[in-house]
Design a protein around this ligand. Structure first.
Ligand code: PEP
Length: 259
């Protein structure tokens, strides 16, 4: 079963609005000579989402929100809703990022509500999960990621699940320069895939993408994406530099052409 790779850049709280638009244009220019068949997504700050979506119109780049609130509107100071992201030009939403979980108190249940909100507004969720270093050292990785996945995907129909992308991001590998080895990552991806098979059936589970995230860069993307259950990457640091981000995209593109 071939799944179209997805390369997603999470810019976090980086780049002003003009910088975000200029970066998008530079990536489009760098990719212009190549027919791009992998999916490319960028997640700018909320202030830049609309302008980036406009700059990316008609190009291979799609736009994601970095976060979403489960409610459609209301007294939630500082938050943004799924219909707002949609109207601003997003087609994806990142939820459950470890920074949201660790710094802003997002629980597994809250992530599940956010996932539901995205689906209800025809946005494709990229749901992040992963273990801490302490959990890995205590041999609790499988239990942790499995429970995060099952809560996030609770009550989904198979049709809804098919629109979900999972991102396995070991927290100890995010922004640290440490990467899970391709084999370590594949082991967890295979476990997540099996869980998706049990929940939604083989046909649906085999179409769902599972991304790896954690210090992905041009030098390691090839060995990661060659793994049978790694379907792309969610990238922080390396998505902020045009040459690094486009190198990663073009390597995934090459892999896609060969497979
Ligand atoms: C991330 O924050 O999701 C991430 C994977 O960051 P980095 O690529 O910088 O490790």
């Amino acid at each position: 079963m071939t799944r179209q790779p997805l390369i997603a850049g999470n810019w976090k709280m980086n780049k002003t609005l003009p910088e975000s638009v200029a970066f998008t244009r530079d990536v489009v220019t760098a990719l212009a000579a190549h027919p791009i068949t992998v999916d490319v997504v960028v997640a700018p700050t909320l202030l830049a989402v609309h302008a980036v979506a406009q700059a990316a119109e008609g190009t291979p780049i799609q736009v994601a929100g970095q976060n979403v609130h489960p409610s459609e509107s209301g007294a939630f100071t500082g938050e943004v809703s799924a219909p707002m992201l949609k109207a601003a030009g997003c087609n994806y939403g990142i939820i459950g990022h470890s920074e949201r979980r660790q710094m802003f108190g997002d629980t597994d249940e809250f992530v599940q509500q956010k996932l539901r909100a995205l689906l209800n507004h025809s946005l494709k969720p990229i749901v992040c999960l992963g273990e801490t270093l302490e959990e890995r050292e205590k041999n609790q990785t499988k239990e942790r990621v499995s429970s995060q996945l099952s809560i996030a995907c609770q009550n989904l129909t198979a049709e809804e699940a098919a629109r979900v992308t999972v991102a396995y991001e070991p927290i100890w590998a995010i922004g640290t320069g440490l990467t899970a080895s391709p084999e370590q990552a594949q082991e967890i991806h295979a476990l997540l895939r099996q869980q998706l098979v049990e929940s939604f059936g083989k046909n649906v589970a085999n179409t769902m993408r599972i991304l790896y995230g954690g210090s992905v860069k041009p030098s390691n993307i090839e060995s990661l994406i060659q793994q049978p259950d790694i379907d792309g990457a969610l990238i922080g640091g390396a998505s902020l530099k045009v040459d690094l981000f486009t190198d990663i995209i073009l390597t995934a593109q090459q892999f896609n052409e060969q497979s």
